[in-house]
Design a binder for this molecule. Sequence first.
Ligand SMILES: NC(=O)c1ccc[n+]([C@@H]2O[C@H](COP(=O)([O-])OP(=O)(O)OC[C@H]3O[C@@H](n4cnc5c(N)ncnc54)[C@H](O)[C@@H]3O)[C@@H](O)[C@H]2O)c1
Length: 313
Amino acid sequence: MFKKKNKSFLITGGSGFIGRNIAENLVSQGFKVTIFDNNSRGSVKQLRFKKKINLVTGDIRNRKKFFKCLKKIDAVIHLAYINGTKFFYSKPNLVLDVAVKGLINVLEGCNKYKIKELYLASSSEVYQTPLKTPTTELEMLKVPDVYNPRYSYGVGKILTEVMGINLGRKFFKKLIIFRPHNVYGPNMGNEHVIPEFLSRFKRLKGKKFKIQGSGNEVRSFIFIDDFVKAFNLLIKKGKHLNIYNIGTSERITIKKLAITISKILNKKISLKKTPLRKGGTKIRLPDIKKIKKLGFKPEYNVAKGIKKIISKK
Ligand SMILES: NC(=O)c1ccc[n+]([C@@H]2O[C@H](COP(=O)([O-])OP(=O)(O)OC[C@H]3O[C@@H](n4cnc5c(N)ncnc54)[C@H](O)[C@@H]3O)[C@@H](O)[C@H]2O)c1
């Protein structure tokens, strides 16, 4: 079944940043694709191959509408979620509502329509402040403070993983969980650090450039083209009930990121530090040995990826 040439994928949240790129890639390989999204954040405007994709506008919490789309689907990629750090603080109830009801509808829908292949998007947020870096998939998952709304996002992802694994054992032939680490690229909205920096650089008057925290916080970023390649490997070679970090090993501080962009744009800056938001973490860096074993080799470092974004504007 998994080798079927005209296999049919349904992508929840498929008009979002990652979903659009996965959808385009699957269509270019000859697969059938349905996108199910309420377009609250995503947009199909930038989507290539629109005519070849079955586009359904709907809320993942709407069971009836979602179930209707599951007939003749072979595999589901579940991405629909409230993303963007500022929303974790400002809309925790919505984050949890979409996370929990969406997940239950996806798991029960697959079960009802005998869809045996499921890819669930988790996140690096499940590690919070990891005990070890680079962080492997075996790291302990954490909810450091139930009173901090930020963790609404991470809790939803932990639930995704725990329910996914437990139901996966019983009902699926291939259930895979992936943890993206700061994916970036063109047209992703400004609620992420790289596009947010780029848009502020564009409007910058004077030299003062604000950053959150001391600037010594460590992150790693993965360019969308590399992410799609890694995701393809999961489709081709990923193993049932396995969890995969998707990211790069390029360790970069927020200070260095700002300076890298300033050099590319040829703008002189002086950094102004502001307090890190409560729950913001000092280091996040994945161990990517597991996805590398499937053949993953990232092509982009941060400077190359940022130049590509700028060249597309
Ligand atoms: N971009 C990253 O760096 C990153 C990192 C870790 C995890 N992830 C996860 O990967 C997935 C995709 O992320 P993305 O960057 O493409 O985010 P995105 O916000 O661009 O895409 C999410 C999509 O879900 C849709 N959506 C939201 N609520 C919905 C609802 N109730 N019903 C139907 N659709 C709904 C939005 O309209 C949007 O198109 C998400 O699950 C996210 O949590 C992303």
